[in-house]
Design a protein around this ligand. Structure first.
Ligand SMILES: [Zn+2]
Length: 509
């Protein structure tokens, strides 16, 4: 029997944290501070100076992402104290606190502590109100508690099935604000956990057909969210030539999943989120090398980000209509595969000469974007693990962001800074389109040079947005290097769920 995702509950409580019972109390400590914060000082006193000793001995310097555990022997209501290093206070941001909450949950799961209390929202930078603080902490707690262990049959070192986190504050007014934010954070946190689980599942479990079935199942459980799946036959009827070409070589045929959330007001704007879901990318006829090919199960992560975001959006009910469009294919070599040199007629009618079958993401995304155009989306945002070039440019810390509209660019940057999912603006001007023009078709799917590959791919996609407001997120580096912060488990971080949800929630404002 497969293990289930850890069930996480986040609560708020008006109480004194010193007298609140729990298996673990998490305390945030900034480095280089002579006098740690009041809560830390209070606990230190109760424990007979144990925290001061630890710091004086140099065993815990409060560097960012470091921790130390102390046992309280009944001197306070919590059984353990987890000190979480925050680094320098001057460099801390709301992201540091989301990370701290994730670390608290991560260590709680590791220590089999079923309840964790925290109160470090009080130390957040000025300007972060209780509501935002509650959301950030709830998101972090879900993130850190997540484990991908459904395929481990070993019961030894097993973990608990549940974690309850309680955010404690002595003032009723503060608790009210925190609780409001927690409600939102629980929704996005759970959506991100869901997305990570699907993204982590390998190619022999998730293929276009099983992904579509999972999407249908998810949508059926969320009131207000509908799901339509186009199978191979229906994709032929709507002339989705790009998706059909890429998916042709696989024994499990391609699909297009269309999720829809409808706002109450008829006048609401419509946003189309388009995510690439290549469930496994071998490269096709232009097959990849063996090294790291296992990571190509993550080539569906853009589509999964859209799936997770749609779950969160439908639960949060913004005044925006939203399409979640997920073209999905498995890119395999075989007798029915598309070939280099082929000329493919995409759903838009534009023709594309195939120069490299491994540049398949743009071939399915262009049909997804065209579908958004045909369904009258005012704004279209696509997200994909698209190019190695983007990883070369930005490394493991940020995803590339390209757009044809300055306003949308700013809105996406704001969503990025609020959600803590980092993007960096890269160009996609006409210069980059030049090398994507073909002599025998309208476009070609790969340039003749490697230079500026992320921008060339974006310029290609821009051609299908038909002048609508459009942005493109190249998240290739986010999945491969997900474990770089050493919080929780390796594998997919569910990048994009918070970013897209935040963007849509703020369109409505
Ligand atoms: Zn590829």
């Amino acid at each position: 029997m497969a293990k289930k995702i850890i069930s996480v509950t986040v609560k708020t409580k008006c109480a004194d944290i010193i007298t609140t019972k729990s298996d673990l109390v998490a305390v945030a400590v900034f480095s280089g501070e002579v006098k740690p914060d009041p809560l830390c000082r209070q606990i230190d006193k109760k424990l007979g100076g144990a925290i001061s000793n630890l710091m004086e001995m140099g065993d815990f310097k409060a560097k960012a992402h470091t921790t130390a555990v102390l046992y309280t022997d009944g001197k306070i209501a919590a059984k353990r104290v987890l000190l979480i290093g925050m680094g320098e206070r001057a460099k801390s941001s709301s992201d540091s606190f989301r990370d701290a909450a994730a670390i608290a949950a991560d260590r709680s799961v590791g220590l089999k502590a079923a309840t964790v209390t925290l109160a470090f929202h009080a130390q957040m930078p000025s300007g972060v109100g209780e509501e935002i603080a509650g959301q950030i902490l709830a998101e972090g707690i879900h993130y850190g508690a997540y484990r991908f262990d459904e395929f481990k049959t070993d019961k030894e070192n097993g973990r608990l099935d549940k974690l309850t986190a309680v955010i404690v504050d002595g003032k009723a007014g503060n608790v009210k604000g925190l609780a409001k934010g927690v409600k939102v954070g629980v929704v996005t946190g759970q959506a991100q956990m869901y997305a990570r689980t699907i993204a982590n599942q390998p190619g022999n479990v998730i293929n276009p057909g099983t992904l579509a079935a999972a999407a249908k199942k998810m949508a059926a459980g969320v009131p207000g969210l509908s799901c339509k799946v186009y199978d191979e036959k229906q994709l032929k009827q709507i002339k989705a030539g790009g998706i059909l070409a890429v998916g042709g070589g696989s024994a499990t045929g391609p699909r297009m999943i269309v999720l829809k959330y409808k706002a109450k007001s008829a006048k609401a704007p419509t946003v189309g989120l388009v995510g690439k879901a290549v469930t496994f990318d071998s490269g096709g006829i232009d097959i990849k090398g063996a090294a790291g090919m296992d990571e190509m199960k993550f080539d569906k992560s853009g589509g999964i980000a859209v799936l997770g975001a749609m779950q969160a959006i439908a639960k949060l009910k913004p005044a925006v209509n939203v399409y979640g469009i997920i073209p999905s294919a498995e890119n395999m070599p075989g007798g029915r595969s598309y070939r280099p040199g082929d000329i493919v007629t995409t759903m838009s009618g534009k023709t594309v000469e195939i120069l490299n079958t491994d540049a398949e993401g743009r071939m399915i995304l262009c049909d997804g974007i065209d579908y958004a155009v045909k369904n009258k989306c005012d704004t279209i945002i696509d997200i994909a693990t698209l190019t190695g070039s983007c990883v070369v440019a930005l490394g493991k810390y940020m995803a590339g962001l390209m757009s044809n509209d300055d306003g949308l660019l700013k809105d996406m940057q704001a969503a990025s800074s609020r959600s803590g999912e980092k993007v960096w603006h890269l160009p996609c001007t006409d210069d980059y389109l030049e090398d994507m023009k073909s002599k025998v078709a309208d476009l070609r799917n790969a340039g003749t040079t490697r230079w500026g590959g992320a921008s060339m791919a974006a310029a290609f996609l821009r051609e299908f947005a038909a002048g609508r407001k459009w942005a493109h997120i190249d998240m290739a580096g986010m999945e491969i290097f997900a474990g770089h912060k050493n919080i929780g488990c390796d594998g997919s971080p569910g990048f994009g769920v918070r970013l897209l949800t935040d963007y849509v929630m703020n369109v409505a404002k």
